[in-house]
Design a protein around this ligand. Structure first.
Ligand code: ADP
Ligand code: MG
Length: 748
């Protein structure tokens, strides 16, 4: 195997300038570039729908030149070239300016009427006509060496790459061809065994790359794409098969249920009857815990489904059997809140070792990165001695310094924030791996669950506790001052009724460039903007700054509608103490309005919260907004969610928000999300990004390929568990398991 050529830096092959542009797309080595697949293919006869282009959007348009004209501008001096291109129905103007007309002759010579080209630029408007100013462009067939070649090129599918404003798609295409040409099959070790390819009549890797990057026909790129898609599924399924095989060999301590221990006492004091779904899932988990194989179970349940109590009952069973449970939360805010709500559910059962403690009571230790040294020592002591049956915390629970007397169960809350690596680290503690329960509120269609969580059993809490009301969701156009005023008036009414209101902003400060999604320096609280709409909106910065927490706090303080209402503030840059204080003040009603970033996105549970206002809502993804909305409607009080947006009617961004207004079913939304992601792929709309590891594979669409790959992967792993005879596959699997990709895996 000689993958050295793949590791060669692009700088060495293509020069610093070209390599610099490609680096912005995350492409640094030859291997990166040949794996940067075209997003779609254009055919010269197939024009872009010009009428569908949106102002401000960075686009690549395939169109035919209708006319071209150079003229001098008497008023301003200098010269100007105007060309009009058309898709047959609508037209678009291309404008170039220069000091002297001579400079424009070069363009005039290329942009001849009747020729077809790809034009890249940002859609602007001048006197009511849409135009691209100084577009970068390439004319089909013109740069070819001979006429024959020009004819051939003019009939070939044209690869359209994920591109940026600074590196247009054809420059990427040229670079790909430059690095791909000299590569041989030996330079490109194929992770898919020849036998598997043969059986499916799929081409080898070298050929497949040729087919997708330099196709002669549509059939070519489809064949190449199918093979690369299979490869993705195959590598992923091999990784999962290997994990499953490794897991099957592990032994865990069985934690059988006890008839009259902590678990029974807990059930007896629950303030509500369990739902049928909670009872059912509870039985599944109880049975898992009794086995001598470590449980590895994913508990899916929409926000508010009541996952916490399910987890607590499992913890109680483990404690009854002499073990301890660790509960991992993604943020300190959530960890603290979990500790609070577990204590509340357990009541005197959580006061073990104290006078107030009930018989068989345990203790809950909260262990976060920001504890004072005394509190930390005490929590560590309780974990190590076993006095604390439950240890709650963030990643800090994973640090080497935390010892347990007998860790029997690990519960991970909100899976999408955790990497497999961290999950493994915990599982590998102690002599025997603990049982693991992973909870997620991100609805995952079955096929996705299989792709991404193929090594986990899954349980679903499909039913929400009775007595819950639906949340009414409305869109509020940001430019409509009257609606906004009414929205703040509603906030006041909720506050006056003794309810709570969240106001969510996409960033912390007005003047800081970084959006709020940057991970906090201590790596603890991550406020992630899942910009899955980056696909749908132009990548350029909007002209109006995004709503920030600090500016919004100031603005609300000035609004007449909110006069006298106390407003709190919450974001990841606050100290742990300040976060705690802000959360308590909000929960208690002292500050009934809380302006926050997405730190409150997951799990925060304040039953009195009846309203949430999301500013610049189009900046968030569907599933994230669904999570945010889940912060309200947590009691029998009617609740309201307002999505304030500048997205215009008819845009994909607006359609996403409308989908949220139309349904509160997380699974329906998850599917809608997937659908919109593909439909929104108007040529030009979505040309940046493409960093994800699943480049070609889509879990829902490619369910069949995934099943097929799963079978093929199992065959390989059965015969060669260590992959010793499959070095290329082993290294591809290793790539999957590197932390960045793991993180992606976890996100689905
Ligand atoms: P999530 O699944 O989003 O984590 P939680 O576990 O936080 O949801 O539960 C949401 C709220 O519902 C909590 O206040 C919890 O006490 C309450 N709850 C849980 N189960 C029931 C039930 N069976 N009946 C009524 N309320 C319940
Ligand atoms: Mg929760």
């Amino acid at each position: 195997m000689s993958p050295e050529r793949l590791r060669e830096p692009l700088k060495a092959v293509l020069g610093a300038r070209t390599a610099g542009g490609l680096k912005k797309l995350g492409l640094e080595s030859v291997g990166d570039l040949v794996r940067h697949y075209p997003r779609r293919y254009g055919a010269p006869g197939e024009m872009t729908d010009i009428a569908a282009l949106r102002l401000g959007e960075h686009v690549t348009v395939m169109a035919q030149v209708k006319s071209v004209q150079v003229r001098s501008m008497r008023s301003r001096g200098g010269a100007m070239l105007e060309a009009v291109v058309t898709d047959g129905a609508s037209s678009l103007q291309l404008t170039f300016f220069a000091k002297r007309a001579g400079v424009l002759r070069m363009h005039e010579d290329k942009l001849r009427a009747g020729r077809t080209g790809l034009f890249t630029g940002t859609v602007g408007e001048y006197r009511g006509r849409r135009q691209l100013t100084h577009p970068d462009y390439v004319i089909v067939g013109v740069d070819a060496a001979s006429e024959d070649e020009a004819v051939l090129e003019a009939s070939r599918p044209i690869p359209i790459y994920p591109a940026t404003a600074s590196v247009p798609t054809w420059r990427i295409g040229r670079s790909v061809r430059t690095v791909l040409d000299p590569l041989t099959a030996e330079d490109l070790p194929d992770p898919v065994p020849a036998s598997a390819l043969e059986k499916r009549d799929l081409p080898g890797l070298r050929e497949a790359l040729q087919l997708v990057h330099v196709p002669d026909t549509d059939a070519d790129w489809k064949r190449g794409r199918d093979r690369l898609r299979f490869e993705e599924a195959f590598v992923l399924q091999t990784a999962l098969a290997r994990r499953r095989a490794a897991h099957a060999d592990l032994t865990a301590t069985p934690r059988p249920a006890k008839a009259n221990g902590l678990a029974a006492a807990l059930d007896a004091r629950l303030p509500f009857p369990l739902t049928e779904a909670q009872v059912h899932v509870g039985r599944e988990i109880a049975a898992d815990l009794e086995r001598d194989r470590p449980m590895l179970r994913l508990l899916q349940g929409d926000v508010g489904a009541g996952k916490t109590v399910v987890a607590l009952r499992a913890m109680a069973q483990v404690i009854d059997a002499g073990g301890q449970a660790a509960l991992l939360a993604p943020t300190e805010v959530l960890a603290a809140q979990h500790a609070r709500s577990l204590r509340e559910l357990l009541g005197p059962l959580a006061d073990g070792g104290m006078l107030t403690g009930a018989d068989g009571a345990t203790r809950i230790a909260l262990l976060t990165g920001s504890l004072g040294s005394k509190a930390r020592r005490q929590a560590l002591g309780e974990a190590a001695s076993g006095a604390a049956g439950i240890v709650v915390g963030t990643h800090a629970l994973l640090s080497e310094g935390v010892q347990y007397a007998d860790l029997g169960l690990v519960v991970v809350d909100e899976q999408h924030r955790f990497g497999v690596e961290q999950r493994d680290a915990l599982r590998e503690r102690g002599d025997r791996p603990p049982h693991t329960l992973v909870m997620t509120a991100t609805p995952i269609p079955r096929t996705v669950a299989m792709t991404v969580f193929g090594d986990l059993e899954t349980s679903v809490l499909g039913q929400r506790p009775a007595g819950r009301v639906d949340i009414t969701t409305h869109l509020v156009p940001a430019e409509n001052e009257a609606w906004l005023a009414r929205a703040w008036q509603r906030v006041r009414e909720e506050a006056d009724k003794g309810h709570r209101v969240y106001v969510v902003c996409p960033r912390i400060d007005e003047d800081v460039d970084e959006p709020a999604e940057t991970v906090e320096p201590d790596g603890d609280d991550s406020e992630e903007l899942t910009l899955d709409i980056a696909d749908a909106v132009a990548t350029e910065e909007p002209k109006v700054p995004l709503a920030s927490v600090t500016a919004t706090v100031d603005e609300l303080a000035r609004r007449p509608e909110l006069k006298g209402v106390r407003i709190g503030m919450m974001h990841g840059r606050l100290s742990a103490d300040d976060k705690d204080a802000a959360m308590s003040a909000f929960a208690s009603g002292q500050t009934p309005v809380l302006v926050s970033t997405t730190v409150i996105e997951v799990g925060v549970d304040v039953p009195e919260a009846t309203m949430i206002v999301v500013l610049d809502a189009e900046r968030f993804g569907i599933s994230q907004l669904h999570q945010l909305r889940g912060r309200v409607g947590r009691s029998d009080l009617p609740s309201l969610c307002l999505l304030v947006t500048r997205a215009e009617d008819g845009t994909v961004a607006r359609e996403r928000l409308q989908a949220l207004a139309d349904t509160s079913d997380g699974f329906v939304l998850a599917e809608k999300d997937l659908e919109l992601r593909r439909e929104g792929d108007v040529l030009g709309a979505a040309q940046s990004g493409g960093r994800s590891s699943l480049r070609l594979l889509r879990a829902v669409r490619d369910a069949k390929v995934i099943e097929d790959a799963r079978v093929a992967a199992a065959e390989v792993i059965d015969a060669d568990p260590s992959l010793g005879d499959h070095p290329a596959l082993a290294s591809a699997v290793q790539d999957w398991l590197d932390p960045e990709r793991e993180a992606f895996l976890e996100r689905g």
